[in-house]
Design a protein around this ligand. Structure first.
Ligand code: GLU
Ligand code: ZN
Length: 496
């Protein structure tokens, strides 16, 4: 039987690292097994549903370049692939379980359930959860309640005795006493909407899903789902609960750790290749050493036996480093095409960049390609070539250990050296600055750093000599003069 796996997100929020990892593992498993990857939208929670979340789902996977074989937009033989379009089915299957005596209508009102919970809260050691009040109503009692027009939900009869065991491909046998499973969960709400449990297993069955790969937080649902399969007389799929995704502090990854939505990573300018590669290494490893994989390689190499039991750690620093590596491998024309929209959005170049702007950018491109870690850094790196410095912060040009007067003099020395900059080789310029620093009895940074500040208005720039050459000595000198003036204005006679 060929492998059929699914990603079954609920469109109640933005796609995040954990969800995308689940999707990728399902996708890679399908590809490596020559099977099918299915997208099913689980939109039964109408209160938390949002159109933006659904759109974000499509946008994220389009951006990642991940396609499903069957799904709401591409169709397939097992559709519809959106649960809200399958409602009658769930009602039919719930009725089937009631008929077989494996589920039952519950007429408890919200008030009764509130009272029950309040009582239970007083005795934490006693029974918790639904008290099975309606489980043993006789057919006549039910008919009477229906005749009164009372609303009901359908609850699943969890066996009172026994243990449910299922095999998980990652975790081994998972055993749970039936009495520890949440008592008689709701399958169908009073408005006819299914709950997650019913819709999820009905669809997995009807869509002939062979393997359930999902986050480990769904593990407790596993036992309940297996009982549901048994109640229907269906064969459960294979289970494979994926290792948790943690932050570096060992806590479950969440917004506290930083961005987790793919939208944020997209905006910051991460490359999809880098994200796919890095996210696939959380909880899965090919061997002890290899870290770099293209999507195409993972489509061939992914196997379940290389999933880890232990949680995986999402390390923001490692991801950004990965991204830098991918940027450097990128084809130049492609990378430029990705960078220019950032320059436009940040107002560095015109909406339709002029030939002159493009020429300046081309000049800077080789050195920034070597330094960039995420695409959005580009504007900060090249801004000084396009824009004058609006105002200087003179304190940036006065290193902590120096007094303003010495700092001012160092910049004057640097200015002198810069006048002959163009006629010298890099080595000779280096030597000139070294000698200038020696004469001033300061380290070389004290002479070079203010030049960097003059050039860019900040303490960071692409390599300094390259930056001077790109801007031109004439403009550099003008900026040095403005900075000298700014230091003088701020620190006054102290600096003269
Ligand atoms: N709709 C569930 C979710 O949002 C699916 C869980 C599962 O894969 O069974 O994650
Ligand atoms: Zn009840």
């Amino acid at each position: 039987m060929s492998v059929r796996v699914r990603y079954a997100p609920s469109p109640t929020g933005l796609q995040h690292i954990g969800g995308v990892r689940t999707a990728l593992f399902n996708y890679f498993y399908a590809k490596s097994m020559g099977g099918s990857f299915i997208l099913r939208v689980e939109d039964t929670d109408q209160e938390r549903y949002s159109d933006e979340s659904l759109q974000d789902l499509y946008d994220t996977f389009e951006w990642l370049g991940i396609q499903w074989d069957e799904g709401p937009d591409v169709g397939g033989d097992y559709g519809p692939y959106i649960q809200s379009e399958r409602f009658e089915l769930y009602q039919k299957y719930a009725a089937q379980l009631v008929e077989a005596g494996k589920a039952y209508p519950c007429y408890c009102t919200a008030e009764r359930l509130d009272e029950m919970r309040a009582e239970q809260a007083k005795d934490k050691k006693g029974h918790q959860g639904y008290d099975r009040h309606c489980r043993d109503l006789s057919p006549d009692e039910r008919t009477a309640l229906d005749a009164k027009g009372l609303k009901s939900v359908i609850r699943f009869k969890i066996p009172l005795e026994g243990t449910t065991i299922f095999h998980d491909e990652v975790l081994g046998d998972v055993k749970r006493k039936n009495r520890d499973i949440s008592p008689d969960p709701i399958l169908l709400k009073s408005d006819g909407f299914p709950t997650y449990h019913l819709a999820n297993i009905v669809d997995d069955h009807l869509m002939e899903i062979t393997h359930i790969m999902r986050a480990q937080e769904w593990l407790p649902s596993g036992s309940l789902h297996v009982l549901l399969y048994q109640a229907f007389g269906w064969e459960p799929p294979k289970y494979c609960h994926l290792p948790m995704v943690m932050g570096k502090d060992g806590q479950k990854l969440s917004k506290r750790h930083g961005s987790t939505s793919l939208l944020d990573f997209r905006k910051e300018g991460y490359l999809p290749e880098a994200l796919i590669n890095y996210v696939s290494m959380i909880g899965w490893s090919y061997d002890d050493s290899r870290e770099f994989f293209t999507k195409e390689e993972l489509e061939k190499l992914f196997t379940l036996d290389k999933l880890n039991k232990a949680p995986g750690v999402f390390d923001y620093k490692k991801l950004i480093w990965f991204d830098g590596q991918y940027i450097r491998q990128k084809d130049d024309a492609e990378l430029k095409a990705l960078l220019i929209p950032y320059l436009i959005a940040d107002g560095i170049v015109s909406d339709i960049p002029t030939a002159e702007e493009l020429a300046i950018f081309d000049g800077a491109y080789p050195i920034i390609k070597e330094r960039m870690k995420v695409l959005s850094e580009v504007s900060g790196l090249v801004r000084f070539l396009f824009k004058d410095i609006e105002s200087y912060q003179p304190e940036l040009a006065v290193p902590k250990k120096l007094d303003p007067l010495t700092a001012y003099k160092c910049l004057q020395v640097a200015r002198e050296i810069l006048t002959g900059f163009e006629g010298r080789s890099d080595e000779d310029n280096e030597e000139a600055f070294r000698k200038g620093a020696e004469d001033m009895q300061v380290n070389m940074g004290a002479v070079l750093q203010p030049v960097r500040v003059a050039l860019t208005g900040t303490t960071v720039s692409p390599p300094l000599f390259e930056s001077i050459r790109l801007l031109g000595v004439e403009k550099t000198l003008k900026r040095v003069d403005r900075l000298l003036e700014a230091i003088f204005t701020t620190y006054g006679p102290e600096s003269e």
